[in-house]
Every structure is written in C-alpha cells, then in structure tokens.
Design a protein around this ligand. Structure first.
Ligand code: DX5
Ligand code: ZN
Length: 219
C-alpha cells in the first residue's frame, strides 16, 4: 500500500521544504491538489508551482485536478512534471477523450469520483485508466470528516477491476479524512493508495504519521 501525503495541508510558504520532508519521512507519492474555484469552492496552485517543485524531489507526482475543462491544461501539467494526472468524471464532458489525451501525453491517467458519483461511470473507460480515485469527502478542503458511505464504492471498484482482469495494473486511491482509524478500513476494502493531508501535515513527526497510516507502530 502506498501513502501519498497531500501538500494541501502543508505550509504553502515552504512547499519545497515540506516536499523534501515527506520524501525523507517515507512517503511514496506526493499528492498535488489543484483547485480552480469553479469545480470546487477553493483555489490552490497550478503548473508553475508544480514545475518549481519538480527538481526538488524524486517522488512520484500525483496531480489531482479539481478543475473544470481539464483538457485545456493537460499539456501544462505534463510539462510541469506530473507523473499521473487525475481528472474528475464530473468535470469532463468527454471523459474518454481526456483520458486518451493524458495517456498520449506520456503520463498515467486517473479518474476521480465525488461521493455521489456511482462507480458505474467507469464501465466504458476502464481500460484507459491507471488509477481510480474514490473521494471519501466532498473535494475542496482538507480536514473534513471521512464519509463512510463511500467505502462500498472502493469494494465495487475493486470488483469491477478484478472482473476486467485489471486489478493488478490499476491503483485504487482514497482521498479525504484518511487517518490511522479510517486507513485500515480503506485498505481492507481494496484501496492501494492512501492520500492524507491533515493526518500527515497536522503532526509534528511526519515519519511517525506516515508509519501510523501504514499501521506500523512509530519508532
Ligand atoms: C480534498 C483534497 C484532499 C485533501 C485531503 O479536496 O482532494 O487531497 O487534501 O485532506 P485530508 O486528508 O485532511 O482530508
Ligand atoms: Zn486530493
């Protein structure tokens, strides 16, 4: 299981140092939350910030685009150094086309589903995705409460991928309210990548926080 700390909860005035700190603390991926103030009621950062962070870290850059019309910016995020680009199914009029665009640009493609969106929307694009992101909060802010009703969707996504013979290749990510209490439930349901903002950056000891998400006692 991979842990992807979300820089949304980091000190934005010290992003480079925060990124280095999670890398040293044992993070697997860096989760980059991009918000446009339209699709979600908050604004964060975009390609120029990611491009400046890129040379500071060897971590896999997992860009979670909470933006409308993501097709306009795929090239910019690839150039900035994203390794995987996740778009929201709800934000794409042409999800199939956008996923093709991301893969043609040479990076991995993910689809995120808001809490109300059924897993069945993935049925006809499954072979085009490298990651399915099951949101366990309504996107926009860190520090929200985990929505239990989203857990069955993790199981459904796992079953759907298994049936398609894709379970070994496609990651299932959960994002929102993931902490040492909810993490094991997500993993049991089939999650392979845990995103955590508050549960990492809200702690003084990032290594202990990441270990706790893995279910390991802190050293
Ligand atoms: C929510 C973002 C998350 C957020 C998670 O809109 O997509 O990645 O940072 O924060 P926590 O872990 O605090 O719920
Ligand atoms: Zn996110």
């Amino acid at each position: 299981m991979k842990v992807a700390p979300s820089l949304l909860s980091a000190d934005f005035a010290a992003l480079g140092a925060e990124l280095a700190a999670i890398e040293a603390a044992g993070a697997d991926w860096a989760h980059l939350d991009v918000m446009d103030g339209h699709f979600v009621p908050n604004i964060t950062f975009g390609p120029p910030v990611i491009a400046k962070l890129r040379p500071r870290s060897k971590l896999f850059f997992d860009a979670h685009l909470m933006i409308r019309h993501p097709e306009r910016y795929i090239g910019d995020f690839v150039k900035a150094g994203a390794d995987l680009i996740t778009v929201h199914a709800e934000a794409c009029d042409h999800l199939h086309r956008v996923l093709g665009q991301i893969r043609e640009a040479g990076v991995k493609a993910g689809v995120a589903l808001n809490p109300h969106t059924p897993v069945s929307v993935l049925a006809h694009v499954l072979d085009m995705v490298d990651l399915v992101l099951i949101m366990t909060v309504n996107p926009g802010f860190g520090g929200q409460r985990f929505i239990d009703a989203c857990l069955p969707k993790v199981r459904q996504a796992r079953a759907m991928l298994a049936e398609a013979g894709l379970a070994d290749r496609v990651e299932i990510q959960v994002d929102g309210g993931v902490d040492p209490h909810t993490a094991p439930r997500c993993v049991e349901a089939g999650a392979t990548v845990l995103v955590a903002g508050t549960a990492v950056f809200g702690k003084d000891d990032y290594a202990a926080a990441i270990a706790a998400l893995r279910g390991q006692p802190s050293a």
